[in-house]
Design a protein. Structure first.
Length: 305
């Protein structure tokens, strides 16, 4: 089972309007609401692939209960630790004329020290049953910068590899704990290392403690610096669509490959294909199975060194 952690879960609310105009009232043509957050999206993709997964994290208040209900309706198992604060919402407004999306992101609730300790105990119990754990997204207010480092160490103590997808101080603080894989995007990679060259930046993260680094380069695919070598995986074509959640789909594929011991070239090809299939789907956490199957055998994976 692949356990995902979303410490700053959200209820993602999407409004669709004909045209988005500043300083104007709008009639909403369609409204959708579903559980969100990067780890939740990873579990959704894994569930769509038919793999056992479990959503863990923090959820509180009526919004947190709405997150739980929606996951139950979707058939995605969860063990979210209750907190007193209200789970955040994200609001996306889609302009149907241009296809552009404007997003408003709430910061998330303040997590109390006793709630963080309770979550760690819940995580330990879940990690005992995991083959891989995935730690994704931002930290809510109240948690220490080394929160992910703590969870990486707890997983490693159980012999469970951890994949980390976060940025900034939370990423840097977790490297020394030895995550099996970190997956920054190009901007996060440059920010973490002050190095504009992606390969040298990824090598710097490995030197700092990560066992492997897979950097998302958007439409340019993935760059992976691993113990088995350095690889570049390029998609065979560029797809138009919604890039939100593409990185989470890549993480799902990388977690599946890690759990199964798949060689790096196949692992990266699957991640690039699944990421592209997520772009072809309308919502984060979804993917187009036909696109995934069509592309996974034609991704160009090059050994750089």
């Amino acid at each position: 089972m692949i356990v995902t952690v979303t410490l700053n879960a959200a209820l993602d609310i999407t409004h669709r309007v004909e045209r988005l105009r500043p300083h104007a009232a709008h009639r909403v043509r369609d409204v959708g609401a579903r559980a969100g957050g990067k780890g939740v999206n990873v579990s959704r993709v894994l569930h769509g692939l038919g793999l056992p997964t479990l959503v863990t994290g923090l959820a509180g208040g009526p919004t947190g209960e709405a997150v739980r209900r929606e996951l139950r309706r979707a058939g995605v198992p969860e063990h979210l630790t209750p907190i007193c604060g209200e789970t955040r919402r994200t609001v996306a407004v889609v302009d149907e004329h241009t296809g552009d999306t404007t997003t408003l992101l709430e910061p998330g609730p303040v997590v109390r020290p006793e709630e963080w300790r309770r979550f760690q105990a819940d995580f330990d119990a879940c990690a005992d049953r995991a083959t891989v754990v995935v730690l994704s997204g931002s930290l809510p207010p109240g948690l220490p910068e080394d929160a992910y480092a703590t969870l990486v160490r707890a997983a490693r103590a159980r012999g469970v590899p951890a994949i980390l997808d976060t940025s900034g101080p939370a990423l840097l603080a977790a490297l020394a704990a030895g995550p099996a894989l970190v997956k920054p995007n190009a901007d996060e990679l440059a920010e973490a290392t002050d190095e504009p060259d992606p390969q040298r930046a990824a090598e710097a993260l490995r030197t700092a403690g990560a066992e492997a680094v897979a950097a998302s380069l958007g439409p340019e695919g993935l760059l992976a610096v691993t113990p088995a070598g350095t690889w570049r995986a390029l998609p065979p074509e560029r797809l138009r669509g919604n890039p939100t959640g593409a990185g989470d789909a890549a993480v799902a594929a990388l977690a599946r490959g890690l759990a199964a011991g798949v060689p790096w070239p196949r692992r990266l090809a699957d991640a690039v294909a699944l990421s592209a299939a997520a772009v072809a789907a309308p919502l984060a956490g979804s993917f187009d199975p036909a696109v995934h199957q069509r592309l996974r055998g034609s991704v160009d994976v090059q050994l750089l060194s």
